[in-house]
Every structure is written in structure tokens, then in C-alpha cells.
Design a protein around this ligand. Structure first.
Ligand code: PLP
Length: 449
């Protein structure tokens, strides 16, 4: 497309005058006006094109403007653009069937929400009503959404400003060997100690007061920490022993991101509730939901579920989910993602880590990778301090600017960059982006000791 700086300037001016942005000091941000996007790329009004290594906020699992999904949304809009939630609607029924057929175990009933945070809100409510218990346990180094309960369940600094008012959430440490809260020196030790710590937390909180344990199967924004073998199975066993509902949040890790339909598939674990959003329809229309086990569904078989949404199972969003899931299936995206992670992205990142002193650890699988950037590999001191902003965060800002100059839009969170492209990114595109990151890492290397 032809550059159109004038239109870009008008888009930016109206944004700066009227759009109030998430998580931001409104006068300190400088949003890039975006003219369009296709596949793994987006472009501005000046003629600059970027390879998107963020998938938006890790949601465009099938890339931008997938023709089958765009066509399905157009078709659904022509057929039935909207309808109230209490009716049986073709797009909604079909989306629920396709999702239920792919979720693990007996997670066979689907409650649709508008996104991830409200999926977590409803999972928590279902667990509290199901158990008759008040408390929720969740992990530090997690993100579960921006609404009242979901932000309290979150275990990162975004929670702090909203930590007033909502009682009933206790945080615990989940395993993370590179920065082990338990000073472990092996995965097996980290797993055993993390499980013991979780059980101690339950006992001291009072097991009979704990409704649910909420965990991201593989924590996403907090750093893509793949749990050690046995951890999630251990949590499942603890939940069973104490009658606690096990909630896995797959809002980010689900729908192909890890090279499986759900990250839980890698660990052979079945939660009682599984939350999803983002990749379910690649965010083309807002949609999220909770997949519900037989036992929890039974609680609400004869007694009403005390919750709902005007747009629960919105036809446009569900039509987009049906088309997305079918496209992923038809185009072999799950297998592609597993392969590109194992054969292309992972090896390239490990090879880069060997050359760049700023890379402390490489973690991930599929299209879900984190580079932990450090000032000092020996001490593992992060490249920028935890939750740094302004001048203290400048080294990460400089890294991001270098990546953008090289034509890649990087995902940056604290001292990490995540490599989270579209799951159907081609091998050539992945290599192009990795080369650009490789070059940008020299900027980070300058800040090492
Ligand atoms: N849960 C997880 C694991 C997430 O990564 C996110 C968003 O990043 C959410 C919940 C919240 O989803 P949403 O922003 O759609 O409300």
C-alpha cells in the first residue's frame, strides 16, 4: 500500500486527543499509527513494515487478516450479526463443540465470555460456588487479567494498585529454576520443593477455606517458565486430596501457541476448569471462555449458575472461532508450530545465547519463547531491575529500538524479550526476525559487566 503520512498524522492526533490507553501514563506514551497488517507483518503510514514478534498481545496465533477467518466473519455478519445468549445459535453451538472436542479430559461444557479476564472471573466464581469455600490460591509471576478479581489473582506489579478491597486471594511461589524461590539446583528438586511449599500454604491457609488453585499452565507474560516434569500432576493430586478446584489459565498458552491445542496436553494433566481467550479466534472478534468439567457442570445442572454476560457466545466472535479452529486444523498449524519451535526458533535462540553475554537463559517451546536478559551471567542480575521504569529501564528500551530499526517489533517485559510470533509464521520469516533480534542483542550486550 502507498504510504499516507497525512492520514497517519490525523489518526495519531485523534488518538492523542481522545483515546485513553491501557496501563499507561497518558502523556508519556507515543502509539505508532498502524495502517494495516497481513500474516506476520504490519505497517505504518510512513511505509515502514514490521515483522510482528508479539502477535499483538500474544493473540494473533494465525496471523493478521487470515482470508478464511475474515470471510467467515463477513458471512456471519450477513447471516446473523448478533443474538441474545439464551438461544441456541449455530455459530455458538459449533464453536462450543469444536472447543470441547479439543480441550483435555471431560472439559465438555463451554461458558463464553468477552475475553480472558472475565473468563478467570467466572472460573473463580464457579469454583467458589462449587466448593462453598472463599479463598483462591495463585502464583507470583502470573497474569490473569485486569478486572477486579482477575487482577487480584494476578501475581505481578499490575496487581499492586488494585490490591485493596478484594479479599480471599493468597499467592504462592510456583517453580522457576533459573530464579528459584527455593534455592534448588535441579528441576526435580525445584518440583518437589514447590509442591511442598504449595501444600504448606494450603494447610496454613486452612484447606477447608480454599476453593481453587489458579495457575497458568505455562506462565506467559511473567516469563514463559515451562514447569518441571511432575509439577502440574503434583498440583492435580494436591487439589484432589483437599477437594480444591484446579483452574488452568490457558488464555495465552492455549490454541496452538505451544505446538499443542492446549499447553496442558504436554503434561498430561486435566484441570477442573480451563480458561481461554486470545488464540480461540486469534482476537479477530473479542471472545474468551471457561471449559468446565463434568463434576463442576453437575453443580449447575439443577441449580442456576449465578453469572452471565449480554454477549456470551456472540455469533460474530463464535463464527470467527469456528473458522479459526478449522483453519488451524486444515493448515496443520499445531504440527507446524511444534516443528518451527523445535527445529528453527529454539536452536537459533540457543545459538544466539552462546554468543551474547546478555542472554542468561532461553526458555520455551512452539511459538512461545523467552530470553532472560542479564547484566551478569554469573550472578544472574537482570539487565534492568524488577518492575523498572524510566531511566532504569533504558537498556531494554534501547534493545527494543534496535529491533524495531531492524524491522522486527519485539515483545519486551521487564528484563525479558519474548519471541511469540504468529504460530503459522514461515521458516523464512522466523529466520528473518531472529537475525534482526540477534543484531539487536548487541545493544543489550553493552550493558553487561
Ligand atoms: N490470563 C492470561 C494468562 C493472560 O495472558 C491474559 C492476558 O494477557 C489474561 C488472562 C487476560 O485476558 P484479557 O486481556 O483478554 O482480559
Amino acid at each position: 500500500p502507498q504510504p499516507d503520512p497525512q492520514l497517519g498524522a490525523a489518526v495519531k492526533a485523534a488518538d492523542r486527543a481522545h483515546v485513553f490507553h491501557s496501563w499507561s501514563a497518558q502523556e508519556l506514551i507515543d502509539p505508532l499509527p498502524v495502517a494495516g497488517a497481513e500474516g506476520s507483518y504490519f505497517w505504518d503510514f510512513e511505509g515502514n513494515r514490521y515483522l510482528d514478534f508479539t502477535s499483538g498481545l500474544v493473540f494473533t496465533n494465525i496471523g493478521y487478516q487470515h482470508p478464511k477467518v475474515v470471510a467467515a466473519i463477513q458471512e456471519q455478519a450477513g447471516k446473523l450479526a448478533t443474538f441474545a445468549p439464551a438461544f441456541a445459535i449455530e455459530a455458538r453451538s459449533e464453536a462450543a463443540r469444536l472447543i470441547a472436542e479439543r480441550t483435555p479430559g471431560d472439559l465438555d461444557k463451554i461458558f463464553f465470555t468477552n475475553g480472558g479476564a472475565d473468563a478467570v472471573e467466572h472460573a473463580v466464581r464457579m469454583a467458589r460456588v462449587h466448593t462453598g469455600r472463599p479463598k483462591i490460591l495463585s502464583a507470583y509471576r502470573s497474569y490473569h487479567g485486569g478486572t477486579a478479581t482477575a487482577i487480584n489473582v494476578t501475581g505481578d506489579p499490575r496487581r499492586w494498585a488494585s490490591d485493596t478491597g478484594t479479599a480471599g486471594v493468597t499467592h504462592f511461589w510456583a517453580p522457576f529454576l533459573y530464579r528459584s524461590p527455593f534455592h534448588s539446583d535441579s528441576e526435580a528438586q525445584e518440583c518437589a520443593r514447590a509442591l511442598q511449599h504449595l501444600e504448606d500454604t494450603i494447610v496454613f491457609e486452612g484447606a477447608s477455606t480454599v476453593a481453587a488453585i489458579v495457575l497458568e499452565t505455562i506462565p506467559g507474560t511473567a516469563g514463559i517458565m515451562v514447569p518441571p516434569p511432575g509439577y502440574l500432576a503434583g498440583v492435580r493430586e494436591i487439589c484432589d486430596r483437599y477437594g480444591i478446584v484446579f483452574v488452568l489459565d490457558e488464555v495465552m498458552a492455549g490454541f496452538g501457541r505451544t505446538g499443542a491445542w492446549f499447553a496442558a496436553d504436554h503434561f498430561d494433566v486435566v484441570p477442573d476448569l480451563l480458561t481461554f481467550a486470545k488464540g480461540v479466534n486469534s482476537g479477530y472478534v473479542p471472545l474468551g471462555g471457561v471449559a468446565i468439567s463434568g463434576a463442576v457442570a453437575e453443580t449447575f445442572a439443577k441449580k442456576p449458575y449465578p453469572g452471565g454476560l449480554t454477549y456470551s457466545g456472540h455469533p460474530l466472535a463464535c463464527g470467527a472461532a469456528v473458522a479459526t479452529i478449522n483453519a488451524m486444523e486444515e493448515e496443520g498449524m499445531i504440527e507446524h508450530t511444534a516443528r518451527i519451535g523445535a527445529d528453527v526458533i529454539g536452536p537459533a535462540l540457543h545459538e544466539m545465547a552462546a554468543r551474547h553475554p546478555s542472554v542468561g537463559e532461553v526458555r520455551g517451546l512452539g511459538a512461545f519463547w523467552a530470553l532472560e536478559l542479564v547484566r551478569d551471567r554469573e550472578t544472574r542480575e537482570p539487565l534492568v531491575p524488577y518492575n523498572a521504569s524510566g531511566a532504569a529501564a533504558a537498556p531494554m528500551g534501547a534493545f527494543a529500538a534496535a529491533a524495531k530499526k531492524n524491522g522486527v517489533w519485539p515483545f519486551v517485559n521487564m528484563n525479558r524479550t519474548h519471541v511469540v510470533p504468529a504460530c503459522n509464521i514461515s521458516e523464512a520469516e522466523a529466520k528473518e526476525g531472529l537475525a534482526a533480534l540477534d543484531d539487536a542483542l548487541t545493544t543489550a550486550d553493552e550493558h553487561t559487566v
